[in-house]
Ligand binder design. Structure first.
Ligand code: GAL
Length: 482
């Protein structure tokens, strides 16, 4: 049995666009994702998120359900266009009321809200009028939006996440173009990330200057990173893997903790990488109170300058392989999830150590982890043992990292509900709760019961016959020197 530290936070996570529906109700303006999802061909199963889980109308049921499961924390996001339909100026009172009531209900049920201010649903007007995150002016507009939220909810919300996965906004939205706003470029991702980091810095300064002292909350970002393991012991592959993690997480983590981008990015990107002024550096350095990490999978990395092959490869490293000279690959023995992501718990443990060492032992919160599976409803149940196995193995890796000294303070399972999985629509199911999208009915999967027990007891059972039990520790230490 593995006990987690007292006070360890157990929660689930969702985002506004993926669960709320009601895309044009309650005074909300359209977002770039509303527009994107309505373009034929952008969503692989041809769906939209117009209704999705209909959480906008069913939130009371969802809160009561979480309370029944004994989950004491919930990470959700606020839709910027629900608060400011045009992205700036006028505030929508119905939007404020919706989130205020949700927050009050959570607190009344003993559930602590962890609120993300931006989970990709930019007000469409800001894209059409200003080119969205490509425009440096977005940083100031974001700060104003954030201040509206601190003002309206900060007396009750004590855990803020400024941005969810700026890597995805940059790379998938402006590099590969497969996410909104659907732009393809090898320079824009770096400009977008730069504006987001400045926006984060401004919002945090605002929070600290005007709100934090009185309200007493904490603020950070949720950055995503897969682990990159050297494919071989060859020093060039080791350097490639190190570089790949710096291009992935160091891109955001280094400015937040050290005030500037990793040297390797500056050296390779030259003028394509924007520069911070020294004032901005001082503002961004030290601007998070905890390290939010979204982590799902691992790949091997090797050095490669065969740039032509990167473009079409599924291992194109988010479209910026050519900037890194890194080729990614997987072990054919790894079990994969519905998304094709390898189940590699030791990668999670290694990444936690990487953060711990590079950023001087910060408190880390796993703000997302989970897997999508082809869940099927049998009668009134969904047996998702494979998800339980995944969670159990990843949490064992987390527990081991904690034993080794990493300060991991919480875990948010993605996701509470099956929901709209961006350009993949409703096909991947990430929830511990099955959603029948035709009726909106919620059905707890077996993983919900399993997670509920864990959250209530704070104790992880032994791995027993878990198929991933040999994938928790370092494969190199166990003699596998692939
Ligand atoms: C993250 C994202 C979530 C969810 C999850 C599963 O990148 O923040 O919104 O979609 O991945 O793919």
């Amino acid at each position: 049995m593995s006990s987690f530290p007292a006070g360890f936070v157990w929660g689930t996570a969702t985002s506004s666009f993926q669960i709320e529906g009601a895309w044009l109700e309650g005074g909300k303006g359209p977002s770039i994702w509303d527009a994107f999802a309505h373009i034929p061909g952008k969503i692989s199963d041809g769906t939209t998120a117009d209704v999705s889980c209909d959480h906008f109308h069913r939130w009371k049921e969802d809160v009561a359900y979480m309370a029944d499961l004994g989950l004491r924390a919930y990470r959700f996001s606020i839709s910027w266009p629900r608060i400011q339909p045009a992205g700036r100026g006028k505030v929508n009172p119905e939007g404020i009321r919706f989130y205020a009531e949700l927050i009050d209900a959570l607190l009344a049920h003993g559930i602590t809200p962890w609120v993300t201010l931006y989970h990709w649903d930019l007000p469409l007007a800001l894209q059409l009028e200003l080119d969205g995150w490509l425009n440096p002016a977005l940083a100031g507009l974001y700060k104003e939006y954030a201040a509206i939220c601190f003002e309206a909810f900060g007396d009750r919300v004590k855990h803020w996440i400024t941005f969810n996965e700026p890597w995805v906004v940059s790379i998938m939205g402006h590099g590969q173009g497969i996410f909104a706003p659907g732009r393809m470029s090898n320079a824009e991702p770096y400009q977008v990330a730069h504006t987001i980091l400045r926006a984060h810095g401004l919002a945090v300064r605002e929070y600290r200057d005007r709100f934090q002292g009185v309200q007493g909350g904490r603020i950070g970002m949720a950055n995503n990173c897969d682990w990159r393991e050297p494919r071989t012991e060859d020093p060039v592959d080791k350097a490639a893997a190190a570089r790949a993690v710096e291009f992935f997480l160091g891109w955001f983590g280094d400015p937040l903790y050290r005030g500037d981008y990793p040297d390797v990015m500056r050296a390779r990107l030259g003028s394509r990488l924007p520069s911070f002024t020294s004032e901005e550096q001082a503002m961004i350095r030290g601007s998070q109170d905890f390290f939010g990490l979204n982590h799902y999978t691992t790949m091997y990395a090797s050095h490669s300058t065969d740039r032509k092959s990167f473009t079409l490869s599924p291992f194109a490293n988010g479209g910026i392989s050519e900037d890194q000279d890194v080729r990614l690959s997987m072990d054919p023995d790894w079990t994969i999830t519905n998304q094709g992501w390898g189940i590699v718990p030791w990668g999670c443990r290694k990444l936690l150590h990487w953060i711990d060492q590079r950023y001087d032992h910060p408190e880390i919160v796993l703000t997302e982890n989970g897997c999508s599976l082809p869940d099927v409803l049998h009668g009134a149940t969904v047996d998702d043992q494979k998800r339980i196995d995944y969670l159990h193995a990843y949490l064992s890796a987390c527990h081991q990292a904690i034993r080794e000294g990493v300060r991991l303070g919480g875990y948010f399972l993605w996701s509470l509900l099956d929901n709209f999985e961006w350009s993949s629509g409703y096909t991947p199911r990430f929830g511990i709760t099955y959603v029948d999208f035709a009726t909106g009915r919620r059905i707890p999967k077996s993983s919900a019961q399993w997670y509920s027990r864990l959250a209530r007891t704070n104790v992880l059972p032994p791995l027993g016959t878990n198929p991933y039990r040999d994938l928790i520790g370092d494969p190199h230490e166990s003699g596998d020197t692939r």
